[in-house]
Unconditional design. Sequence first.
Length: 244
Amino acid sequence: MNPRTAKEAEKLFGNISQNLSRTKKTDIVICAPLIYLSELAKIRTSKVKLGAQDAFWGDIGAFTGEVSGEMLYNMGVRYVILGHSESRALGENNADISKKIKSSLEAGLRPILCVGESERDQNHEFFDFVKTELKECLSGISQNSISKVIVAYEPIWAISSTPERRDATAGDALEMAIFIRKALTLKFGEEARKMRVIYGGSVDEEDAEDFLKNGGVDGLLPGRASLDAEKFSEIVKICEALGK
């Protein structure tokens, strides 16, 4: 729920768009709160695409307060974050997320599926936890559609809102990125190799290069750093320099 007003959101979006007007290779997506999307759609540029922070699984009907993927697409949105740890903490489960992914794909959106463990145990059971998230969230997705899904590894123990959080390393991201790609390939075959795996978990302009160079990921999902136009722009410029 940031920033607080539409005026602030438009200023932030405008500053980012201006700072990154010369970007050529990096895909840039701003996932803003729902109430700002229609206005941001009026000022968006070809360099910066719009994403939503969630979408409902239904197309139309008596679902008061919900917004469908089709509604978002008609607003100019092309990406949507699904399964974020904060949504899961409020009760969303893998079955809910699976339905949302299917409906979002049908609407023409590219889902950004968040997966990640709350802690790293010594028995390495966190790998099974992430594998289950992938298996259940992507259940029923066809091989023809799977390459449109982006997987964001988001270790909950590393995000800024987690009590007693600790920093993740590029090594942490690398071993999970390798594991995720292997799990996806076993399930979906060669089409899975076209999928992007990105990293989220309090990444900022100071450690972005390390994660991109040594973390085995194709891109980043910044949180708090995205509320500062200069910091976010610096992250994108690092991606651009590395060909990400």
